[in-house]
Design a protein around this ligand. Structure first.
Ligand code: NDP
Ligand code: BG6
Length: 513
């Protein structure tokens, strides 16, 4: 039987399809797992990590013996941590009955230890507390570094994480950003590897934990109708689109040092691209999948300035409300040229994808919030029905849309005849709309990734050579943008972004979806 929720493609019988599978075998239940959230007072811990841990507890995916510790400099008692955490916990829509009991039980398993990030003594105190809770059982330890990256190494060193648990495994989840360019990323990797083995490092990219991104390989490799079309022969272009309808609110200080290319493109969108474009892996094992991702990343051409458009949002008044521009944020320098929007054309120089433009677009403060993969297919050769479509043949091509969020869906645009005696064609969607098909709420990406880390499943975490390949693609462009101080095209808050993105797409005969 499958041992975890995510054993990949298993020979399931239909009645099992909707059943969850307990994550731990009876043998595992006698060992303990201690999860330490370093930076527990921060935004990510409150918004994502504690709620995800609670959801796992609620779904019975955590082992019987587990303890959660928050660690940060802020002074807090256990009760204060529980109070803080309780404000962001929510229950699954379909299982509300015993929610408050479960929350209370969960909170009683959460503790807090205040300490400095570079103090061996403070981490030794934490270790003593962890041992008390582990009560002599075989102990496994997971540390989640939810702190700014400049203090990762202090923590890894001071907490002696490499050998934190004497009787079980120790794993460390590391949050982005993993450096700013090839050099700083390599330096971070080198430092981490002084104290940890690659197997202990779980570099998180939460987009890989999103349901529809997970489904990408299933869609492609388990449906005969898609895989044969997945190449330059049938695909005209692929678009990877991320947009948010709010600005950098509250995170301007962090953002100005990174910009949208590092914040979204080099990681989230590129990871999706790699999964989309990789060759069939030998198996679903983490190393086989990551090997294929590295190969495709290494087949890509580094980005060139002429294939990139950058933008920055400016203040805009609509309906009597004034929305602030990026540089109106007090933590952002008034002469900042940091892009809050970017569009880019990327190319994979291998046999499968030669000449196919992969267009990426990512922006903040745009007119809507969405993350999508759009695959536009070629024209049907000698289109028999071209008269019914007039001269706009682009309208007649098939398009596959994988909407990662919100309102998850996979739909295929097809041509069909309008019912009636005449011959008029129409465009319709074959639509797998998740909310209509599945009543169960989709788990948050952090739930899946935390569970994977606890189970030692590395498939959805970034290996160091993947990271190097990703930075190699973006570093020359980022340097050029910064050295030449390329001015971003300004676009109004809430708009569709700079018009330059349309010219870039047009250069490759593409219309943004
Ligand atoms: P925060 O800025 O909220 O920092 C987390 C905690 O770290 C703070 O509560 C603070 O705790 C401590 N801290 C903050 N700045 C410093 C500093 N300069 N020196 C020492 N300690 C500091 O970060 P987030 O919670 O927003 O994010 C955590 C990590 O996750 C970061 O690496 C971030 O880039 C990444 N991330 C965050 C996302 C988000 O949505 N927030 C999304 C994706 C990634 P105390 O003072 O109590 O010690
Ligand atoms: C983070 C970025 O990695 O992803 C943020 O740092 C962005 O700038 C966020 O807002 C988007 O994540 P999601 O899951 O809300 O789409």
């Amino acid at each position: 039987p499958p041992k975890s929720l995510k054993d990949g493609i298993l020979p399931v019988i239909p009645s099992q399809l909707h059943e969850d599978v307990p994550a731990f075998s009876p043998a595992d239940k006698e060992s303990s797992v201690s999860i330490t959230v370093v930076g527990a007072s921060g935004d990510l811990a409150k918004k994502k990590i504690f709620p995800a841990l609670f959801a796992l507890y609620y779904e019975d995916c955590l082992p019987k013996h587990f303890t959660i510790f928050g660690y940060a400099r802020s002074k807090m008692t256990d009760a204060e941590l529980r109070n803080m955490v309780s404000k962001t916990l929510t229950c699954r829509i379909d299982k509300r009955e015993n929610c408050s009991d479960k929350m209370e039980q969960f909170l009683q398993r959460c503790f807090y230890h205040s300490g400095q990030y570079d103090s061996e003594e403070n981490f030794a105190e934490l270790d003593r507390k962890l041992k008390q809770h582990e009560a002599g059982r075989s102990s496994n330890r997971l540390f989640y570094l939810s702190i700014p990256p400049n203090i990762f190494i202090n923590v890894v060193k001071s907490a002696s994480l490499s050998a934190s648990s004497s009787s079980g495994w120790t794993r460390v989840i590391v949050e982005k950003p993993f450096g700013r360019d090839s050099e700083s990323s390599a330096a971070l990797t080198r430092s981490l590897k002084q104290y940890l083995t690659e197997d202990q490092i779980f570099r998180i990219d939460h987009y890989l934990g999103k349901e529809l991104v997970e489904n990408l390989s299933v869609l492609r490799f388990s449906n005969l109708v898609f895989e044969p079309l997945w190449s330059r022969q049938y695909i005209r272009n692929v678009q990877l689109i991320f947009s948010e309808d709010f600005g950098t609110e509250g995170r301007g200080g962090y953002f100005d040092n990174y910009g949208i290319i590092r914040d979204i493109m080099q990681n989230h969108l590129l990871q999706i691209l790699a999964l989309f474009a990789m060759e069939t892996p030998v198996s679903l094992d983490a190393e086989d999948i990551r090997n294929e991702k590295v190969k495709v990343l290494r087949s890509m051409r580094p980005l060139q300035l002429e294939n990139v458009v950058v933008g920055q949002y400016k203040s805009h008044t609509k309906g009597g409300v004034t929305y602030p521009g990026y540089i109106d944020d007090k933590t952002v320098p008034s002469d900042s040229v940091t892009p809050t929007f970017a569009a880019a054309a990327l190319f994979i120089d291998n046999a499968r994808w030669d000449g196919v433009p992969f267009l990426m677009k990512a922006g903040k403060a745009l007119h809507n919030k969405r993350a999508e993969i759009r695959v536009q297919f070629r024209h049907v050769p000698g289109n028999l029905y071209k008269r019914s479509f007039g001269t706009d043949l682009d309208r007649a091509t098939n398009e596959l849309v994988i909407r990662v969020q919100p309102d998850e869906a996979i739909y295929l645009k097809i041509n069909n005849k309008v019912p009636g005696l005449g011959m008029r064609l129409d465009r319709s969607n074959l639509n797998l709309h998740y909310a209509a098909r599945y009543s169960k709420e989709i788990p948050d990406a952090y739930e899946r990734l935390l569970l994977d880390a606890i189970e030692g499943e590395r498939r959805l975490f970034i290996r160091s050579d993947e990271l190097d390949a990703a930075w190699d693609l973006f570093t020359p462009l980022l340097k050029e943008l910064e050295e030449k101080k390329i001015a971003p095209e300004l676009y109004p808050y809430g708009s569709r972004g700079p018009v330059g993105a349309h010219y870039l797409a047009a250069k490759y005969n593409v219309r943004w979806g």
